[in-house]
Design a protein around this ligand. Structure first.
Ligand code: 5RP
Length: 221
């Protein structure tokens, strides 16, 4: 917890009055939203755009003004977590199921600050199963096509034993690749499969990576 919190609070130092801020999703982004809430209550003026219903609710509870992405032309800075980060700052995201909105928000942002603890650093990517958001219709066929790319895709389930459903009403297939050598090629190949909405590979999107450590120290890559 200390590592995630430290990285998150460091990232929030980059937020200035008047900015439009993208709010990530997950247990690391949680700490960034908490800190932003404190600063807003002390007078910081920002507008936030959330990457999930969960983060939107948290932000609103904390008194952070939230707009829909349709209401803003551009996002100044987005702060978000990741499941894996490689030395080129390519990412696997979507462990929390918010990858589609996260990618739309990230790609509409001038800056994407990624906040992680040291366990998320990976070379190559792929130990963490790659989340792929797919439409329900024909998802068994989409799953078969994905497996031909060299992975074992597994339908993500919720605690109630029903398929997990994203904020967009889709399913997630967690694709176990083991290692991913050519992330950009894989990203293109996955998104060419009919039924795939988006995958959790974030290529060339991060502009800063902040790593937090258990002793509360941080390192900006
Ligand atoms: C959610 C995400 C998260 O950023 C990712 O899963 C990391 O989560 P956490 O900060 O809880 O470790 O991509 O879709």
């Amino acid at each position: 917890m200390e590592a995630k919190k430290a990285a998150a609070e460091k990232a929030v130092e980059y937020i200035r009055d008047g900015m439009v801020v993208g709010l990530g999703t997950g247990s690391t982004a949680y700490w960034a939203i908490q800190k932003l809430g404190t600063l807003v209550n002390n007078g910081l003026r920002i507008t936030a755009v959330a990457t999930s219903i969960q983060s939107e609710q948290l932000a609103k509870e904390l008194g952070i003004p939230v707009r829909s992405i349709a209401e803003v032309d551009e996002i100044d800075v987005t702060i978000d977590g990741a499941d894996e980060v490689d030395p080129e700052w390519n990412l696997i995201k979507g462990g929390g199921g918010a990858l589609l909105r996260e990618k739309i928000v990230a790609s509409s942002s001038k800056e994407l600050i990624i906040i992680v603890d040291e366990s998320k650093q990976a070379q190559p990517l792929g130990s963490f199963p790659l989340p792929v958001e797919v439409v329900k219709f024909g998802c068994e066929h989409t799953q078969r096509k994905l497996s031909k790319l060299g992975c074992v895709p597994q339908l993500r389930m919720s605690d109630n034993q029903q398929p997990y459903m994203t904020d967009n009403g889709n399913y997630i297939l967690d694709c176990h690749f083991g290692k991913i050598d050519a992330a950009k090629d894989l990203h293109i190949a996955i998104n060419l499969i009919p039924g795939v909405v988006e995958n959790g590979l974030f290529i060339d999107l991060a502009t800063k990576v902040i790593v937090g450590y258990r002793d509360g120290s941080v390192r900006e890559l």
